[in-house]
Design a protein around this ligand. Sequence first.
Ligand code: HEC
Length: 162
Amino acid sequence: MKALRALLASPQGLLRASLRASLRASLRASCCPPYRFAVRLRAGALALTASALAAPALAVGDIEAGKALFASRCASCHAVGPMAASGFGPQLNGLATRRAGSLKDFEYSTAMKQSGLVWDDKTLAAFIANPGNTVPGTKMRFWGIGNERKVAELIAYLRTFK
Ligand code: HEC
């Protein structure tokens, strides 16, 4: 009876409590790090979805399409995400606030270092569409992507890496 009254008084509270209990149960069931990693990944995906929903300009579909494009066209040289390091190309986290050629762990071309560019939607779009025209002498060997929509999808995806 008491529980029933509590439920009537605050159904959300009870719901939250039972959610917490089931989360604890599933954590207890987790034996190995990969599972915990998966939980964190799923939480990250949820956060991503939530922020994407808050900003309609970044449709979830665009980000997904951009992710696929990045994997097929950029990932051979560039990394993004918490483990990203510069390799053949510089890592591409936090581009929105980055000056071109400014990472300490990558040896840029002189052209890139002296380009004076700051990466924002416009400069990124121009560079991705035609690297050689935007930064003459860049050592990024890439033809560029002509399709504007694809470029926008790529940028929407890159923007999710702060
Ligand atoms: C063949 C390897 C390669 C591919 C493929 C490639 N890049 Fe690059 N990228 C580079 C290199 C090398 C640099 C450094 C250029 C320089 O110093 O002139 C670079 C630089 C950049 C920069 C400037 C970063 C900074 O720190 O200033 C951006 C942005 C970038 N690439 C985006 C992309 C995107 C988006 C794609 C996929 C559409 C892509 N790149 C595909 C090799 C590549």
